[in-house]
Ligand binder design. Sequence first.
Ligand SMILES: Cc1cc2nc3c(=O)[nH]c(=O)nc-3n(C[C@H](O)[C@H](O)[C@H](O)COP(=O)(O)O)c2cc1C
Length: 168
Amino acid sequence: MTTLAPIEIDQSHFRSVMGHVPTGVTALSVMTADHDHPCGLIVGTFASLSLDPPLVTFSVAHTSTSWPKVRAAGRLCASVLATGQELVVAALSRKQANKFDDVAWTWSEYGSPQIVGAHAWIDCEISHEIDAGDHVVVIARVLSMDTGTATTPLVFHKGRLGGYREGA
Ligand SMILES: Cc1cc2nc3c(=O)[nH]c(=O)nc-3n(C[C@H](O)[C@H](O)[C@H](O)COP(=O)(O)O)c2cc1C
């Protein structure tokens, strides 16, 4: 592969331009290894990767303090959040213990906490991790998946949370 000369991209310009790419908002959650409490984080990088085998992907910053616990669990539930769940985003994206104190959750089919009222749920198992800059790209195999009812997905765009209107 040809080695490309480094190009300086200003970080705030990178954030601003990439902020124009709308993303879904997904909560990744596990029960800690000692079964003491649910733990997790919000990602905007959750996406479909492969149909056969069924794989999904997301990226996590090396600075995440929740990621080592999620990684240790191996299996996690990805809850694709719906409009009206902005407080879930605030709680799970904060660097704090007991993020789930005010979050309604139930058990997923594969024993992870899943967020009540989400737009869709995907139980998955981590299969690959690839270091990429200041993040790790994670690939996970889908174990089980389902959709919620009558909800609108939450969308993150230009630094703000909003809703996608079907058929608009
Ligand atoms: C809309 C939104 C999208 C986010 N996307 C990501 C992401 O894709 N990867 C990531 O590592 N952090 C992402 N974050 C930040 C994390 O949710 C969170 O702030 C971070 O993990 C801090 O908590 P922790 O130290 O407990 O992990 C996002 C936050 C928000 C609000």
